[in-house]
Design a protein around this ligand. Structure first.
Ligand SMILES: Nc1ncnc2c1ncn2[C@@H]1O[C@H](COP(=O)(O)OP(=O)(O)OP(=O)(O)O)[C@@H](O)[C@H]1O
Ligand SMILES: [Mg+2]
Length: 388
């Protein structure tokens, strides 16, 4: 039996088929254009963006831009004016300019260090500081978004790492990777981290002291204590207050540490360094001068120095024996500004019996190491982390 199909139905079917085909072609063309556009956009972003590595330190922030090297090195300090009526903070100065205001601000303004012990203590201010530094070095195009590697101490919790990644994202990053400071320090120090030999790096910063043993591109052991250069400043403030009844600020304490600080008391007291300091007398409340000596500062720093030495001893105790043997041959590499304290390398050498050496540019070592990672992202993917 033949079915009779009305002519209009046949025309409709043909027309619908034709329309479907046309829709598919248009849809595919739109999709291709979208992907070509997206690729071009990504390519342009990469082209105009200055991918960067940030050593977001408690004391100093350094930024390494791919192809340009270290382009920013400023204290991690922000001067904030707080309007208590509307509950808003206004950023007045960041970096070097803000550090000069430290301890010299009127009531309404405060010079804040948004990072304490190597991690973000004031998220809002830290985000503004990161944004400011990124914009300062990345002034090419408002559209371009850089890939950013940020260094964190190994003791940073998942929440703290996430907070750091969020701050960089909010600053307009295309992609953010987190890397542990000790890995970057070891690479920056030029240690043979990729080889099957053990290398030990000791990074003493402002907020944290990290000790790590690396082999075959990974961390075999790492340990961080939240005691470093900042604690030494606190020790000096406390010592001067206790023994001389004099109150001094953080900047003065840091100056004393840099000029006459020593991890070991000098044997010859006649030749020891001295320094004249100014502060506020605790009894009279008036400004007064006093003199501090190298051996006095060495005794003020003794407890902190012994905590640093103990963290190295503990690391050596927990290192697998084969790697310990390598470390005994090669020695311990010291990085970070805290390692510049006079006599600290000798103190560690005496306590461990191992060779200890200071790297070439201890303050820039972490930034240089993470900068090197930028040019070889694929090779370093296993040590780079994203939090979401
Ligand atoms: N010559 C020196 N002698 C002693 N300490 C020094 C010297 N120069 C710098 N420092 C100290 O080094 C510390 C800063 O070092 P660095 O920049 O490596 O720390 P950071 O990376 O900011 O801190 P962290 O890694 O803990 O977050 C400060 O405490 C500073 O006082
Ligand atoms: Mg550091």
């Amino acid at each position: 039996m033949d079915f009779i199909i009305p002519q209009y139905t046949i025309n409709q079917i043909n027309l619908c088929g034709h329309l479907d085909f046309l829709n598919i072609v248009i849809y595919s063309a739109k999709k291709s254009i979208f992907y070509v556009g997206l690729n071009m956009y990504n390519w342009l972003m990469k082209f105009f963006s200055a991918d960067m590595a940030i050593d977001l330190g408690t004391a100093n922030t350094l930024i390494y831009v791919k192809g340009r090297g270290i382009v920013l090195n400023e204290p991690s300090v922000v001067a904030v004016s707080e309007n208590r009526l509307i509950g808003r903070k206004e950023i007045l100065a960041v970096g070097t300019e803000a550090k000069q205001m430290f301890g010299r601000t009127p009531g309404t303004i405060s010079a804040v260090r948004p990072l304490r012990d190597g991690v973000i203590a004031d998220f809002e201010v830290a985000e503004e500081m990161i944004k400011y530094f990124i914009r300062k070095v990345h002034h090419r195009s408002p559209l371009a978004a850089p890939l950013i590697i940020i260094c964190v101490p190994s003791c940073a919790t998942q929440v703290e790492r996430r907070a750091i990644q969020e701050a960089a994202d909010a600053a307009g990053a295309r992609k953010v990777y987190i890397v542990e400071e000790s890995t970057a320090a070891a690479i920056g120090a030029g240690l043979p981290v990729e080889k099957p030999v053990g290398s030990m790096v000791l990074d003493i910063g402002g907020g944290t002291t990290e000790v790590a043993v690396m082999s075959l591109g990974g961390i075999v052991y790492s340990n961080a204590v939240r005691v470093a250069g900042d604690q030494m400043d606190v020790d000096i403030i406390e010592y001067v207050r206790r023994t001389k009844n004099l109150l001094i600020g953080e900047n003065t304490a840091e100056e004393i540490k840099k000029r006459i600080g020593n991890a070991i008391a000098p044997k010859d007291k006649d030749k020891e360094l001295t320094m004249k300091i100014k502060g506020r007398d605790l009894m009279s409340g008036t400004p007064r001068e006093a003199v501090v000596t190298e051996s006095q500062i060495a005794s003020a720093l003794a407890q902190t120095v012994s905590k640093i030495v103990n963290s190295v001893r503990q690391a050596l105790e927990l290192t697998p024996p084969e790697l310990s043997a390598d470390i005994a041959d090669f020695g311990i590499a010291m990085t970070g500004g805290g390692s510049l304290l006079r006599g600290l390398d000798t103190a560690i050498r005496m306590a461990t019996g191992l060779p200890v050496f200071l790297v070439d540019n201890p303050l820039a070592c972490v930034a240089c190491g993470s900068g090197k990672m930028l040019s070889n992202l694929d090779k370093n993917k296993h040590v780079l982390q994203t939090m979401y």
